[in-house]
Design a binder for this molecule. Structure first.
Ligand code: TXA
Ligand code: MG
Length: 394
C-alpha cells in the first residue's frame, strides 16, 4: 500500500514519524535526494511551501517470501500486477536484487529514482525475456550484440545498443542508447513473463550504497520507500558486466561476472575498458563509473595485505574498532573478521555479503586486503576501489 498525503504536517499530526519524500526538485536542500525525516520535512516547509504542493509518498513495505527454488504463482502475480499498475517491486536476479518498474511508463520509472535517491543522469538497465523482446527496444541490433546474446543470455551481461523512440527518456537519462539484459534467475523470469512488459531495474539499494544480495539488505535500505519485496533467497554475484556495442569498437562500461577475455573470445577483439572516473554531478559520459559507489557507510580502506595488517594493528592499539576483510588462509571471526580464500570466483560470489556483514558490525573502519591486479579480478577490484574511494580520516 502507498499513501499520498496532502501535507506532511498533517501526517506528523496523524502520528507518522517516518521519512517523507518530496517530489519537487525545489526541496533537494533536504539532503539525500528529496528525502528527509518527517521533522526535517515539516521544519523545511513551514511558511515556505504552498499546501497543494506538499505531496508525500510513503509505503508500508511488504516482504513476500518464496520458498527456495519456487515461483509461487500468487506472489508472482501480485508483483506483476503492481508493476503493470505503475508501482515498483524489488526482486532477486542471478546477480543482485533489482528494483523494477514498467520500463515503458515514465511515471513508474520515476519512482525508482525517488526510492533510491538516484541522480537522474544515471540510466537504467531494461530487463526482458529474450533477444526478440530486446530487439523491439533498439533501432539497430549490431552483429556483435547478436553474438554476445547468443553466448551469454540469459545471464549477467548488459548490452548497450541504440534505442528506439518508444524507450522513455527517463530510462536512458536522455541518451541515445539503452542498456538491455536478459536475466537467468527463475524468479526474475517468472515476473517478466507474468508482467508482460520490459522491466527497468537498477540494484535495489539507495544510490551509491552496497548492492543487496538478500531481501533483508533491500528492506534495511528501502523500508518505507517501496511497496513490495519478493524474497527469493540470497543471490551471489556482482552486478552484470555492461558492454557498449553501439559503436564498432566495443567498450566495457562496467566490469562484471563475464570477463573481458570471455567477451573477446566472442567478439574477436579485446573490448576497451572505460576507466575515467566521473563525479556524481557531471554528465555521465560513461555511466557506471562513479568514483564512490557500492560503498559501506563505515569508512573503508584498501591496502596490499601486509600494509593492511600493519595498519589494522596500529589502529587497534590506538583504540579503534577495526573490521577486516582478508585474503588467504586465515579464519573468519564474525562479524569483525572475514577471511576469503584467494580465488576470484569466491570473492565475486561473497564480496557484497561480506561488506554488508562488516558494515553492520559497528566498527570504526573496515580495512580490506587489496586483490591481485590480474584481469580475472577486474570486477572485484573495481567494486572494492569504489567502496573504498571516500577519504578516510585516521
Ligand atoms: O546485474 C545488474 O546489472 C543489476 C541487476 C538488478 O540486473 N542491475 C544493476 O543496475 O546493477 P544499476 O542501475 O545499479 O547499474 C546499471 C549500470 C549503471 O552503471 C548505468 O550507468 C549503466 O549500467 N547503464 C545503464 N544504461 C546505460 C546506457 N544506456 N548507457 C550506458 N550505461 C548504462
Ligand atoms: Mg547499482
Amino acid at each position: 500500500m502507498w499513501v499520498t498525503m496532502p501535507c506532511p504536517r498533517l501526517m506528523r499530526e496523524a502520528g507518522y514519524h517516518g521519512e517523507a519524500y518530496l517530489p519537487s526538485p525545489t526541496y533537494q536542500g533536504l539532503g539525500a535526494g528529496c528525502w528527509g525525516t518527517m521533522n526535517e520535512v515539516c521544519a523545511h516547509l513551514v511558511g515556505y511551501m504552498p499546501r497543494e504542493e506538499c505531496v508525500v509518498h510513503v509505503y508500508n513495505t511488504i516482504v513476500r517470501v518464496l520458498p527456495q527454488g519456487s515461483e509461487a504463482d500468487e506472489v508472482i502475480q501480485q508483483a506483476a500486477a503492481m508493476l503493470r499498475a505503475g508501482d515498483v517491486v524489488a526482486f532477486p536476479t542471478e546477480t543482485v536484487y533489482g528494483l523494477g518498474a514498467n520500463a515503458m511508463q515514465p511515471s513508474a520509472v520515476a519512482r525508482i529514482f525517488e526510492a533510491k535517491g538516484r541522480p537522474s543522469n544515471n540510466p537504467l538497465i531494461v530487463h526482458v525475456l529474450d533477444v526478440r523482446a530486446a530487439r523491439k527496444l533498439c533501432t539497430t541490433w549490431p552483429v556483435m550484440a547478436d553474438r554476445l546474446a547468443e553466448a551469454f543470455w540469459p545471464g549477467p551481461l548488459t548490452l548497450v545498443v541504440p534505442r528506439t523512440g518508444d524507450v522513455p527518456d527517463i530510462v536512458t537519462a536522455g541518451g541515445p542508447n539503452v542498456g538491455i539484459r536478459v536475466p537467468s534467475h527463475s524468479v526474475a523470469r517468472a515476473i517478466l513473463t507474468a508482467a508482460e512488459v520490459p522491466i527497468a531495474a537498477p540494484s535495489a539499494n539507495r544510490s551509491n550504497a552496497i548492492s543487496p544480495t538478500r531481501a533483508e539488505h533491500v528492506l534495511s535500505d528501502l523500508n518505507g520507500r517501496i511497496p513490495l519485496i519478493i524474497d527469493g533467497g540470497p543471490t551471489n554475484n556482482l552486478e552484470s558486466t555492461v558492454i557498449d556495442v553501439s559503436t564498432e569498437l566495443p567498450r566495457i562500461l562496467r566490469p562484471g561476472p563475464i570477463s573481458s577475455q570471455a567477451l573477446a573470445e566472442v567478439v574477436g577483439r579485446l573490448p576497451v575498458a572505460v576507466t575515467v572516473p566521473q563525479t556524481e554531478m557531471a554528465p555521465l559520459t560513461s555511466p557506471g563509473q562513479l568514483q564512490v559507489h557500492y560503498a559501506p557507510s563505515t569508512p573503508a580502506i584498501m591496502l596490499p595485505a601486509g600494509d593492511a595488517d600493519q595498519l589494522a594493528a596500529q589502529l587497534r592499539t590506538s583504540g579503534k574498532l577495526v573490521a577486516r576483510l582478508t585474503s588467504g588462509g586465515g579464519k573468519s571471526c564474525l562479524p569483525m573478521e572475514i577471511a576469503l580464500p584467494p580465488s576470484w570466483q569466491v570473492w565475486q560470489a561473497n564480496l557484497y555479503e561480506a561488506l554488508h556483514t562488516l558494515d553492520d558490525a559497528g566498527a570504526d573502519i573496515i580495512v580490506v586486503d587489496e586483490p591481485p591486479l590480474a584481469s580475472e579480478w577486474a570486477a572485484v577490484y573495481d567494486r572494492l576501489k569504489r567502496a573504498c574511494a571516500r577519504t578516510v580520516n585516521l
